[in-house]
Design a protein around this ligand. Structure first.
Ligand SMILES: [Zn+2]
Length: 78
């Protein structure tokens, strides 16, 4: 389970169940297990604290903006 945080203000955005190796390029919506502090404007997912754009919301996933978040925790092995 990964905890995704805003890169600017370190606010927790969400918990995400990442499967497999590699970068977090997108977050599938059905694997987001918990949302913390966030807001949605149009199709953008933003930090609820500072408004930093974390990613673009698509039908099945959120396409993550690589420069606007950090994460901690570990990825699950397949
Ligand atoms: Zn922020």
């Amino acid at each position: 389970m990964l905890t995704i945080k805003c890169a600017d203000c370190k606010t927790k955005i969400m918990k995400y169940k990442k499967i497999g190796r590699g970068k977090v390029l997108r977050c599938y919506r059905d694997r987001i297990t918990r949302l913390y502090d966030y807001k949605v404007e149009g199709d953008e997912l933003k930090c609820g604290n500072c408004g930093n754009v974390i990613g673009d919301i698509e039908k099945k996933q959120v396409d993550m903006n690589q420069h606007s978040f950090t994460y901690s925790g570990h990825k699950e092995k397949k």
